[in-house]
Design a protein around this ligand. Sequence first.
Ligand SMILES: Cc1cc2nc3c(=O)[nH]c(=O)nc-3n(C[C@H](O)[C@H](O)[C@H](O)COP(=O)(O)O)c2cc1C
Length: 176
Amino acid sequence: MNFTELSKTRQSCRKYNPANDVENEKLEAILEAANLAPSACNSQPYKVTVAKGSKAKEVAKATTGMGMNSFTADAPVMIVIAEGSYSKTAAMGAKVKGNDYRSIDIGILSAFITLKATELGLGTCILGWFDDKKVRSLCGIDTPVRLIISLGYPEDNYPLRDKKRKAISDYVSITE
Ligand SMILES: Cc1cc2nc3c(=O)[nH]c(=O)nc-3n(C[C@H](O)[C@H](O)[C@H](O)COP(=O)(O)O)c2cc1C
């Protein structure tokens, strides 16, 4: 798939096939792709925890509530992304410029993870709704968890949805 095809094929998967585990080679390929993601001052300020087996189920439970994210129960893998340490230069840049590079970097990392997974025929959903305290305690993490990505094979015949997006002109302006 070229980039345009990948972008159109990646979608939030909300129905996983619980019988299909994610092969270790595919997981490794996703992590290799994620490791190529750019970050401010190249500091890669994140900690990634790959939850599998019963741990994935526990993390999945911590993403549910108020009708949200019950589909994660069938995802064989949950990728938990928490803040890590800035390098000295990134920390200085963030302070001087008042910008939250860590969350930006985690967003870019997530794009790499989800697009690589799509290339490999896997389904993902980026999750921003979860119980931070519970996930931290489950995974032994001592920094804020920013995103979780559910990963697995979509159920058979899971439909590819058309993208609903704003008109580009709604948010892009060109100035010279
Ligand atoms: C930061 C972030 C948080 C999100 N949190 C959730 C979530 O908790 N549950 C969910 O079902 N989808 C979640 N999504 C998925 C979005 O709803 C989805 O990306 C958007 O509707 C576009 O649909 P698509 O991913 O299928 O193209 C999240 C996406 C992002 C980028």
